[in-house]
Write a protein that binds this ligand. Structure first.
Ligand SMILES: *[C@@H]1O[C@H](CO)[C@@H](O)[C@H](O)[C@H]1NC(C)=O
Ligand SMILES: *[C@@H]1O[C@H](CO)[C@@H](O)[C@H](O)[C@H]1NC(C)=O
Ligand SMILES: *[C@@H]1O[C@H](CO)[C@@H](O)[C@H](O)[C@H]1NC(C)=O
Ligand SMILES: CC(=O)N[C@H]1CO[C@H](CO)[C@@H](O)[C@@H]1O
Length: 321
């Protein structure tokens, strides 16, 4: 399929493009929800392009304080006043401050505007989200805080899109838990019929390369929409501009990762276990609650615009899913 170009052939097309133009008249506002400082690197290409190509406003919620990252901190100690950060008690004391600074530096590259830190306990790695909720996080508080950010974070304009970490049984329990709580917050806002709060359209970004539709059976809120397209891709091998010798988005990803020096293995992991040509984003069924086609059209439009903008790369046009 070719890149998106407005064609006003039919009444339906006219209406569709009318909606698109409406979308593009005001810049998008996007809220990203992650579990730890450095998780934003999983979505780095897309976030960078949203800000620098589509002039979107991107704000970010980080659920934990990242203190559990002390295990990876030995190589950077000389950069941080020779603090023995790999010692658990010293690391837990200093990493919340250090990792926030690292996130700001990465966010400066990506173009993140505002940060909301929920400072939840980053106790230990556990894939079981029930244990995360029982022993580490205050679930009710997180939902309340997230609701406040959605309502007030971009004043009366609200957020158009919310990007969350796609829940997966293979992921760090904190990643999945942050996604689940974001979906629960959306459900809670949808149920409140008396409010006229703008509810963002939610998409989930995958941490692993997925060759089939993700399934997460333990919570129905994670259901991916069965109507196509339900998956959208951002091609990290696209170049930032048409000029020769301009780097691609893989470079941006590496730049962002390199700001998280307290997480020594992040670049190595990103180049091996997590290496990918595409970032993959999935559209949740929960968005269809109000049978509002403009929601899926907005997401389709964003990704088609991005493919179109990077068209100077040969063969980069997104295939119809
Ligand atoms: C870690 O640091 C604390 C506080 O300085 C110290 O009491 C403890 O012995 C250190 N642990 C190790 C394994 O070095
Ligand atoms: C529903 O929304 C209204 C208006 O925003 C708010 O005052 C009320 O507290 C909300 N109810 C619940 C249960 O969250
Ligand atoms: C991603 O972009 C590269 C470079 O332009 C291109 O070779 C590749 O085919 C693209 N992948 C898809 C699926 O569009
Ligand atoms: C008050 C505020 O931050 N408003 C922003 C909300 O989002 C739009 C779209 O990105 C921005 O243009 C506003 O500045």
């Amino acid at each position: 399929m070719g890149a998106f170009r407005p064609q006003l052939d039919t009444q339906a097309d006219f209406l569709k493009n009318f909606i698109y133009l409406g979308i593009m008249n005001s810049a998008l506002a996007v809220l990203v929800v992650i579990a730890h400082p450095d998780d934003e690197t999983i979505f780095a290409g897309f976030i960078h392009a949203l800000v620098h190509k589509l002039h979107a406003t991107v704000d970010l919620v980080c659920v934990t304080n990242g203190e559990g990252g002390f295990r990876h901190s030995a190589p950077c100690e000389y950069l941080y006043d020779n603090l023995e950060l790999s010692n658990e008690s010293i690391g837990r004391q200093h990493l919340p401050r250090i990792r926030k600074q690292e996130l700001f530096a990465s966010g400066k590259i990506l173009g993140i505007r505002k940060y909301f830190f929920f400072d939840q306990l980053d106790l230990k790695y556990d894939r079981n989200v029930d244990i995360v909720f029982a022993e580490q996080w205050n679930k009710k508080l997180i939902i309340e805080l997230l609701e406040q950010v959605i309502i007030t974070g971009n004043s009366t304009h609200g957020y158009d899109v919310m990007l969350i970490m796609l829940p997966s049984t293979q992921s760090h329990g904190h990643h999945t838990a942050s996604g689940l709580l974001a979906l629960e917050t959306i459900e809670h806002l949808q149920k409140n019929k008396s409010s006229n709060i703008k509810i963002p359209t939610v998409i989930g970004g995958a941490e692993f390369v997925l060759n089939e539709l993700p399934t997460y059976l333990s919570n129905p809120l994670v259901e991916i929409c069965s109507i196509l397209p339900n998956e959208f891709r951002f091609n990290r091998t696209w170049k930032l501009s048409s000029t020769t010798n301009i780097p691609d988005y893989q470079t941006i990803v590496t730049w962002a990762c390199s700001e998280h020096k307290s997480q020594g293995s992040l670049i190595a992991e990103t180049l091996t276990t997590f290496t990918r040509e595409h970032e993959q984003y999935f559209y949740f069924s929960i968005n269809n609650e109000q049978h509002d086609r403009t929601r899926i059209q907005l997401i389709e439009h964003i990704f088609k615009q991005l493919a179109h903008i990077h068209e100077y790369n040969t063969g980069n046009v997104l295939k119809q899913q």
